[in-house]
Design a protein around this ligand. Structure first.
Ligand SMILES: NC(=O)c1ccc[n+]([C@@H]2O[C@H](COP(=O)([O-])OP(=O)(O)OC[C@H]3O[C@@H](n4cnc5c(N)ncnc54)[C@H](O)[C@@H]3O)[C@@H](O)[C@H]2O)c1
Length: 324
């Protein structure tokens, strides 16, 4: 198939491009390089444009005879979304609507969307499955849920085949050394710990040690970025056979505490890391873990790199010698 990867110069999108290319698909990347890297585009041509640029998107869809669009592009910093919500509605909702309209004009009817655990808001269960209420608590989550609702409507009205994959925490890197996670600013725990270990002057703290969890620190669900890419491939096949709009939660099924992640990082790096303990951060729930049962049952997805040490080791290989 000819696949347009929107946001393919970013962290997860670039891993998707590699995975698609290895599976024999032809890849084209559309990215405005707002947070992505030109050097991450190694599997297919880069069209440097915004996803809201209807003319550029339409031209790309037709010129490359695109069959499927995978949409990773977004603004995705929760804190920034609280202080500048219009940016999130403009980039995540309005620009996505323009992309979907351009797809409709060009007759492209299959879409895979990067959604997030942030659509759920405060967890009301130990394991979050797809039936959990969606009540986002920040504009980032609101913007992603708005797109999910748009996709549901478009599936009914126009026959769009759409899948929203809700990632919990993406982590790790492919073992080629060619691509990895290089966000600026970096807000995720594993890369912050490892960049600090590699010598960067990053302020890293453990926020809260009095949560009702096994060691008092927050529990989060980390999925290897290559396992996420595998799930997208399976979702492509699934939605070819099953019309309509589908949602899948993607997680390891096992959460790890901040201290467990720190222990894995110390073991991988081979020395202790001196990380100070601080107070809780507002808005951090104690536990956020996905039930990926639906993805396992319907897509046949099995995360193959679920071990936290493996995830951290793959990330460490990248952070010692990041190519960009
Ligand atoms: N990283 C995670 O743990 C995580 C978790 C849940 C959901 N997600 C979602 O997954 C997706 C990918 O995340 P990531 O970590 O790879 O982010 P990223 O910032 O590394 O990649 C996003 C890419 O989209 C591009 N982009 C942004 N706005 C654009 C626009 N208007 N037009 C064209 N390109 C644009 C950026 O330049 C970048 O290359 C995002 O939608 C994010 O919300 C990520």
């Amino acid at each position: 198939m000819n696949v347009l990867v929107v946001g393919g110069a970013g962290y997860i999108g670039s891993h998707m491009c590699k995975c698609l290319s290895e599976a024999g698909h032809a890849v084209v990347v559309l990215d405005n390089l707002a947070t992505g890297h030109r050097a991450a585009v190694q599997w297919g041509e880069l069209v440097e444009a915004s996803l809201g640029d209807v003319a550029a998107v339409g031209d790309t869809l037709r010129r490359h005879r695109i069959d499927v669009v995978m949409h990773f592009a977004a603004s995705s910093l929760v804190g920034e979304s609280m202080s500048d919500p219009y940016k999130y509605y403009a980039n995540n909702v309005c620009a996505t609507l323009a992309l979907l309209q351009a797809m409709r004009e060009a007759g492209v009817s299959q879409f895979v969307f990067s959604s997030t655990a942030a659509v759920f808001g405060e967890p009301q269960a130990e394991l979050i499955d797809e039936t959990h209420p969606c009540q986002p608590i920040n504009p980032y989550g609101n913007s992603k849920l708005a797109v999910e609702r748009m996709l549901d409507d478009a599936a009914r009205a126009y026959g769009l085949r759409a899948t929203a994959l809700r990632y919990f925490n993406a982590a790790g890197a492919c073992d080629s050394g060619l691509i990895g996670e290089s966000h600026e600013p970096e807000s995720h725990l594993i890369p912050r710990l490892l960049r600090r270990a590699a010598g960067e002057a990053l302020d890293v703290q453990i926020f809260g040690t009095d949560y009702p969890t096994r060691d008092g620190t927050c529990v989060r669900d980390y999925v290897h970025v290559c396992d996420l890419a595998d799930a997208h491939l399976l979702a492509l096949e699934y939605s070819r056979a099953q019309p309509g709009f589908h949602t899948f939660n993607l997680g390891n099924g096992t959460g790890f505490t901040v201290l467990e992640v720190l222990a894995a990082a110390q073991s991988v790096v081979g020395r202790p890391l001196d990380i100070p303990r601080g107070p809780r951060r507002a808005g951090d729930p104690a536990t956020l873990v996905a039930s990926s049962r639906k993805a396992r049952e319907r897509l046949g997805w099995r995360p193959r790199r679920a071990d936290i040490r493996r995830i951290v080791a793959d990330a460490w290989a990248w952070h010692q010698k990041p190519a960009f």
